[in-house]
Ligand binder design. Structure first.
Ligand code: UD1
Ligand code: UDP
Length: 384
C-alpha cells in the first residue's frame, strides 16, 4: 500500500476550527487521499469556519434543524453518514472532540469496521452529566477508537486508567494551537463594526460566551444577572458577547442583557475576529471548552462558568479558574480581577500547556507510521 484514504468527519464550529489545520496537512501529503465529510450539525457557524480556512467539502450531510434534539442529530447523522462510508470505504475515519457528531461518526465507522482515529482524546471530568452530553460522547468515542490522539500527557493518563492500550495512544498537543497561531496578529484591525466602535483605551472589555446545554435555564439566569452586577460594581467594565445561534441562548441573553448599554450582544464572529478579540480583551468569562485552551497561550484570565472542567492543565497553569454558575461567586471573582492587580497578573501570565503548533504534523506522521508508510515513529509532544 503506498496511499491510504483518510476521511474526516466533523460538524460544529469548534470541531471545524480544530480540524482545519489537520485537513490542510492531510491534503498536502502525497501518501494520503483526504475526503472531507461534514455533518453540518451546525450550519452558519460551520460555514464561517469552512470559508475562513477555504475548506472544500466532499460530502455535506446538511442535518441541522432548528432546536434539534440529541436524538435528531444521532439518527440523522447515523443514517446519512453510513451511505457515505459505504461509498468511500476509507482506511481511516478521523473524528474530533466530544460532540454528538463525534460519537456518531465513530459509531458509524465501527458499524462499517473501519479504523477510527479520535483527535483530542482523553479529556475527562469523570462526571457523566457534566458537560452533558460531551463527557460521555468523548468517553464512548475513546472506547471505539483505534488511534487516540491525546493533546497532553494528562489526557494520555486518563485513557490508560480506562485500560486503553498504550499503543493506541499518541500525545500530540492540541491542534487549536496550530489554528490560533495562523490567525492572531499584533496590531490586528477588526472588520466587525461593533468591535471597531469600542473604546479600547478607556474601557476594560470582558469577552463573554455561553452556550452549554446544562446552563440553559437556571444557569443562564444566574450568569446574566452576574454580568449586570459586575457592570454596576466596575464603572470601566464593558462586555462583548458574541451570541451562539441556539435560539434558547439568544432568548435568555436578550431577556436579561438587552437593556444594558454596556453589553454588546453581537452575532457569532468569524474565528479570525474572535481570536484577536480574545487577545485584546481584559479577561474572558465563558462556558466554552475550546476557549479554555486558547486563552492561556494569549495570557488572558478566564472565569469558567461551569461546575466542572476537563481542561485541568489550564487550571493548573493558573490562567483558568472554575467559578461555577452562581451569581455571587461569578461577581466575586470578576470584581477581584478588576480590583486586585496582583491577582489579575497572576492569572494573566502567558503559559501554554496545550501545544507548540506542531500537533497536526505529529498526527499525520503517526498515521503514516501506523499504516507503514513511514518507518520511524514520530516524537510525541513533551515526550508523552
Ligand atoms: C454543539 C455541541 C457542543 C459544542 C457546541 C459548540 C452536541 C450535543 N453539542 O452544541 O458539544 O460545545 O456545539 O458550539 O454535540 N444553530 C443554528 N446555526 C448554527 C448552529 C446552531 O441555528 O450554525 C441552532 C439550531 O437551532 C440548533 C441549535 O442551535 O438546533 C443547537 O445546536 P446543537 O449543535 O444541537 O447544540 P450546540 O449547543 O450548538
Ligand atoms: N469562536 C468563534 N467565534 C465566536 C465564538 C467562538 O470563532 O463568536 C471560537 C473560539 O475561539 C473557539 C471555538 O469557537 O475556538 C469554541 O466554540 P464553542 O464555544 O462554540 O464550542 P466548545 O469549544 O465549547 O465546544
Amino acid at each position: 500500500m503506498d496511499k491510504i484514504k483518510v476521511m474526516t468527519v466533523f460538524g460544529t464550529r469548534p470541531e471545524a476550527i480544530k480540524m482545519a489545520p489537520l485537513i490542510k496537512e492531510l491534503k498536502l501529503n502525497k501518501n494520503i487521499e483526504c475526503v472531507v465529510t461534514v455533518t453540518a450539525q451546525h450550519r452558519e457557524m460551520l460555514d464561517q469556519v469552512l470559508n475562513l480556512f477555504e475548506i472544500r467539502t466532499d460530502y455535506d450531510l446538511d442535518i441541522m434543524s432548528n432546536q434539534q434534539t440529541l436524538v435528531d442529530i444521532t439518527v440523522n447523522v447515523l443514517k446519512k453518514l453510513d451511505l457515505v462510508i459505504k461509498k468511500e470505504t476509507p482506511d481511516l475515519i478521523l473524528v474530533h472532540g466530544d460532540t454528538t457528531t463525534t460519537l456518531i461518526g465513530a459509531l458509524s465507522s465501527y458499524y462499517n469496521q473501519i479504523d477510527i482515529g479520535h483527535v483530542e482524546a482523553g479529556l475527562r471530568t469523570n462526571n457523566k452529566y457534566s458537560p452533558f452530553p460531551e463527557e460521555m460522547n468523548r468517553h464512548l468515542t475513546g472506547v471505539l477508537a483505534d488511534l487516540n490522539f491525546a493533546p497532553t500527557i494528562n489526557n494520555k493518563k486518563n485513557l490508560l486508567e480506562e485500560n486503553i492500550s498504550e499503543d493506541k495512544i499518541f500525545v500530540t498537543g492540541n491542534t487549536v494551537i496550530d489554528a490560533i497561531k495562523e490567525v492572531v496578529k499584533d496590531n490586528y484591525q477588526f472588520q466587525n463594526e461593533n468591535l471597531k466602535e469600542i473604546n479600547w483605551q478607556g474601557k476594560k472589555v470582558i469577552l463573554m460566551t455561553a452556550h452549554r446545554r446544562e446552563n440553559i435555564g437556571k444557569g443562564f439566569k444566574e450568569i446574566f444577572k452576574a454580568v449586570n452586577t459586575i457592570i454596576k460594581n466596575n464603572p470601566t467594565a464593558e462586555f462583548v458577547f458574541p451570541l451562539h445561534l441556539n435560539p434558547l441562548v439568544r432568548k435568555a441573553a436578550y431577556k436579561y442583557l438587552k437593556a444594558n448599554d454596556k453589553v454588546h450582544l453581537i452575532e457569532p464572529l468569524v474565528y479570525e475576529e474572535f481570536a484577536n478579540l480574545m487577545n485584546r480583551a481584559y479577561f474572558i468569562m465563558t462556558d466554552s471548552g475550546g476557549i479554555q485552551e486558547e486563552a492561556p497561550g494569549l495570557g488572558k484570565p478566564v472565569l469558567v462558568l461551569r461546575d466542572t472542567t476537563e481542561r485541568q492543565e489550564a487550571v493548573e497553569a493558573g490562567t483558568v479558574k472554575k467559578v461555577g454558575v452562581k451569581e455571587k461567586n461569578i461577581v466575586r471573582e470578576a470584581d477581584r480581577l478588576f480590583k486586585n492587580r496582583k491577582a489579575y497578573l497572576q492569572m494573566a501570565e502567558a503559559i501554554n500547556p496545550y501545544g507548540d503548533g506542531k500537533a497536526v504534523q505529529r498526527i499525520v506522521d503517526f498515521i503514516l507510521f501506523r499504516y507503514k508508510l513511514k518507518g520511524v515513529k514520530p516524537e510525541s509532544f513533551q515526550g508523552g
